[in-house]
Design a binder for this molecule. Structure first.
Ligand SMILES: [Zn+2]
Length: 238
């Protein structure tokens, strides 16, 4: 009887684990910006005559004095650890803040080459209005030939990840926004979103985001949202 049970259990488990091994998902984490801005231009989409600069450099903390590029990276590295522990393969667009920013076509190509289940771009916001606050998530607007292949899944990812990230940070919910002008969206052939965790120009949010406790909250929220989006239990984030 014990032997029969073993055979039955093995038969039930084998196909599942074999399929799981084949389908180990890849997530590409893109911590926004880098040490230096990049004033070169690139077309905003394949075949476009409209060009934008590669990277304006990002914002910085009004209280902490910290650069956005460094905050994005810290959260990105924490998120990598969480996702890898949950069985996800992670590819980073960068692991240091040490160079001139590579631009957005290059970032999208990393995600395309990895055939990412999600291309997750991590940013923090800046505004001339110090009272502007809250978390929001951007995703590509629908444009035939550029984003029609990733629009629906990107929008679904944005909804799921915004909910988890906003819940983890407890900042105001600014919701979702479609963008047609983001080079890194228009060149992506995989589902893509860009999270703006909070405003570094808001004294309260900057002060909180500068702490390791809030960087961990952000990484946890992003991990849970990512796993929910790819159909894995969000409880694996810890
Ligand atoms: Zn940014």
């Amino acid at each position: 009887m014990a032997r029969l049970v073993f055979v039955l259990v093995a038969a039930a488990l084998l196909p599942v684990s074999a399929a799981g091994a084949q389908q180990k998902p890849v997530v590409v984490i893109d911590p926004g910006h880098d040490l230096r801005a990049n004033g070169e231009t690139e077309p905003i989409g394949p075949g476009s005559s409209t060009r934008k600069i590669k990277d304006g450099g990002g914002t910085s903390g009004v209280v902490s004095g910290r650069r956005e590029a460094e905050l994005n990276l810290r959260v990105g590295l924490r998120l990598r650890a969480l996702l890898e522990r949950a069985g996800v393969t992670v590819v980073m667009t960068r692991t240091r803040t040490a160079a001139t920013s590579m631009g957005n076509i290059a970032r999208a190509r990393i995600a395309n080459r990895a055939d990412a289940a999600l291309f997750l771009r991590i940013h923090a916001d800046g505004s001339t209005d110090a009272t502007a606050r809250g978390t929001h998530t951007l995703y590509p607007a629908l444009r035939r030939g550029w984003t029609d292949d990733v629009y629906a899944e990107s929008k679904r990812a944005a909804r799921v990840v915004q909910g988890s990230l906003q819940g983890a940070l407890g900042f105001a919910d600014r919701g979702l926004h479609e963008r047609s002008d983001f080079t890194g969206f228009n060149w992506a052939d995989v589902p893509v979103i860009l999270v703006e965790m909070g405003f570094m120009t808001n004294p309260t949010e900057d002060r909180l985001l500068a702490t390791s406790a809030y960087q961990r909250r952000a990484a946890l929220g992003l991990c849970r949202g990512t796993l929910r989006f790819i159909g894995r239990p969000a409880g694996s984030c810890n």
